[in-house]
Design a protein around this ligand. Structure first.
Ligand SMILES: C[S@@+](CC[C@H](N)C(=O)[O-])C[C@H]1O[C@@H](n2cnc3c(N)ncnc32)[C@H](O)[C@@H]1O
Length: 437
């Protein structure tokens, strides 16, 4: 093969990402960003996408949104007029790969060529391919332009306002944490295996793990941290239910509830079923699983099938117990209520762009309504674990205070309270209430 052909061949190879084509992946990622702008989540956009180029586009779109606040500020140095959102999206996708922590790294010439090709292929961006080419080249030549502090970055106003109000001293480290990718954690199914046995299986499969600090491992004893994310089909025994994928922070719920054999439990907002299946892995309990969304309940069913677990699945509204409680009283209720999801922005960077400031007050009302209704189905002496994946006090500590004031027979038990996201877990709130006897 001539040298010229070899170079051409190499060039072709380097445009392949995870067996996908970079230009096509950029186009698909741009489509995902467009859908987020129309109000769909990335998860919904991904679910509808063709399998070809999907994982590459997923990674590109996630990082584009993760770095968007910094890139928007950086672009002011190179563009002095408003640009169309579709053009901005292509730039976000390409420029996000230039951050040194980005998981998507390409040779500069490949990135420029493929980005310009992608811009050319869409009628909405074709006219701006010269601008995209010029801006991208200038950012590549001036990488220091991307060194924007989180203080200067252009975060959505509702987010900065809430975060600064809630954490005036520490909002910057929180924003920094959200720029790092989250780790992949496994939960070993204690009905089928244990951590030590499964660690050996991972070693045999050449999947590297990292040791979890004792303080967190104690709160999530079935948890294993992987050094790098892997597709679930590469995990030994995944299809047989030996492990599930679940954040370390989410794994703390079952331990806090400490289920006891034959007791009656309700998981009131259950899909996709991560915490419910953990409870069943730990003990033979009588579990009712309530979820408002039939589509999301399908995910609970699939998970239970893989893990060979069973419970009573009920599609219903936690705000209206007349349709599902039928006079039943529970020993314990898990209220993992819908929330702003501001604790899991690392895993869902689209949250920042899907939420509006007014959502927080609306969510607060919904959470109060759900807990107030569920409270009636709790036995005297029973416990309720109130959980959110939010870091906003309006959805955490303030809610517990409100419940104590408005639920006359409620007592507060010790729990974890607000967990802020760190290198080990996402952001969660855990509050425990007991109904007076
Ligand atoms: C935070 S997620 C629950 C996560 C789940 N506990 C787990 O660990 O996998 C909240 C769930 O509550 C459901 N939900 C929202 N409003 C509800 C309601 N009024 N009644 C029952 N479920 C509801 C949502 O569809 C969503 O699946």
């Amino acid at each position: 093969m001539s040298l010229e052909n070899q170079i051409q061949n190499q060039e072709k190879q380097s445009t392949k990402v995870f067996g996908s084509n970079l230009c096509e992946s950029i186009l698909l990622a741009a489509d995902f960003l467009d859908q987020v702008r129309q109000g769909s989540s990335l998860t919904e956009a991904l679910a509808k996408a063709p399998s070809e180029n999907r994982s590459a586009a997923q990674s590109l779109s996630f990082e584009a949104l993760r770095y968007k606040p910094k890139i928007i500020e950086a672009l002011k140095q190179f563009i002095n007029k408003a640009i169309d959102p579709e053009v901005e999206d292509i730039l976000l996708i390409a420029i996000s790969t230039l951050f040194k922590d980005s998981m998507n790294q390409y040779a500069a010439h490949t990135l420029v060529n493929e980005t310009v090709n992608a811009a050319q292929k869409s009628i909405r961006t074709r006219y701006a391919k010269g601008l995209i080419n010029a801006v991208l080249r200038r950012v590549i030549e001036n990488p220091q332009a991307l060194e924007i502090t989180v203080e200067d970055a252009q975060y959505p106003a509702w987010w900065v306002k809430n975060l600064k109000k809630s954490y005036p001293q520490t909002f910057q480290p929180i924003l920094e944490t959200y720029l790092k990718p989250a780790k992949m954690f496994l939960r070993v199914n204690s009905r089928k295996s244990d951590v030590q046995t499964y660690l050996k299986k991972l070693a045999l499969a050449e999947i590297e793990t990292i040791e979890i600090p004792l303080e967190w491992q104690q709160l999530a004893p079935c948890c294993i941290a992987l050094k790098n994310s892997v597709p679930v089909n590469k995990l030994p025994g995944f299809m047989e239910g030996e492990v599930s994928v679940q954040d370390l922070g989410a794994q703390m719920a079952a331990g806090l509830l400490a289920p006891k054999r034959s007791e009656r439990y309700l998981d009131a907002c259950a899909a996709p079923g991560g915490k419910a299946s953990h409870l069943l892995e730990l003990e033979d309990i009588d579990l009712d699983v309530l979820e408002i969304s039939p589509d999301r309940m399908v995910r609970v069913e699939e998970g239970f099938k893989r893990l060979q677990l069973s419970a009573h699945l009920i599609i219903g509204d936690a705000c209206d117990s007349s349709t599902w409680a039928k006079g039943k009283l529970y020993d314990a209720i898990l209220a993992d209520v819908p929330c702003s999801a501001t604790g899991i922005i690392r895993r869902h960077p689209d949250i920042l762009y899907l939420r509006r400031g007014s959502d927080i007050a609306e969510l607060q009302q919904l959470q109060r309504k759900i807990v107030g209704e569920l409270w009636q189905s709790l036995k005297p002496g029973g416990r309720m674990l109130y959980v959110t994946c939010s870091i906003l006090p309006q959805e955490g500590e303030s809610q517990i205070e409100w419940f104590l004031e408005h639920l006359k027979d409620a007592l507060r038990l010790e729990s974890l309270g607000q967990l802020l996201p760190n290198d080990w877990h996402d952001g969660f709130y855990y509050g425990m209430l007991e109904k007076k006897k």
